[in-house]
Design a protein around this ligand. Structure first.
Ligand SMILES: CC(C)(COP(=O)(O)OP(=O)(O)OC[C@H]1O[C@@H](n2cnc3c(N)ncnc32)[C@H](O)[C@@H]1OP(=O)(O)O)[C@@H](O)C(=O)NCCC(=O)NCCS
Length: 148
């Protein structure tokens, strides 16, 4: 990893291959690049990437409906974690959603995903519920909420 500055911007078609790779690295049940392609450039989605010039070093996908937003995906490649990129992507996404008029953001996360939970709690999200055995392997999902 280099120390080049990282720009946060909306995703474009040229990013999709890299996002598909990141999905496969970061998630047990990855989305395909084609799943993300359908969300590009739509008013009801916000797909942000962290662009380091030579590489996409993270992304966040929000879905918007009825004045509220849901964080659907957020990931940073393993070699770039712990440097604040996840926090920057989340903060920038929330800033844009607030500016667009959304009043709240929700998300769900595996109970065991301590790094993600720490990220969300640091951003101000509060735990509002638990869905027992929500995931295919029986793990609970935790629901978090942030008023915007
Ligand atoms: C969640 C994720 C996006 C965070 O990205 P990141 O760039 O590392 O995020 P940041 O560096 O901004 O912050 C991570 C925080 O988690 C903390 N953290 C990292 N590993 C941790 C662990 N095992 N337990 C507890 N906290 C941990 C870091 O210390 C940091 O908190 P701090 O700044 O208060 O010290 C990244 O870990 C990731 O891609 N995970 C795989 C995909 C995923 O699980 N996505 C979320 C579910 S949809």
């Amino acid at each position: 990893m280099t120390d080049s500055p990282v720009l946060l911007r909306e995703a474009r078609a040229a990013d999709l291959e890299a996002l598909g790779r990141l999905e496969r690295e970061a998630f047990v049940e990855p989305w395909r690049a084609a799943d993300l392609a359908t969300r590009l450039g739509r008013a009801d989605h916000l797909l942000l990437v962290a662009d380091r010039g030579d590489e996409v070093v993270g992304y966040a996908l929000f879905q918007r409906a009825a004045g509220e937003a849901e964080l659907q995906r957020i990931a940073v490649p393993a070699g770039a974690r712990g440097q604040g990129l996840g926090g920057r992507l989340l903060a920038e996404g929330l800033r844009r959603l607030r500016r667009a008029g959304d009043s709240a953001c929700f998300l769900e996360v595996r109970a065991s995903n301590l790094a993600a939970r720490r990220l969300y709690e640091r951003a101000g999200f509060t735990l509002v519920g638990r869905r027992r055995s929500y995931y295919a392997d029986g793990e609970d999902a935790l629901l978090y909420h942030l008023p915007l």
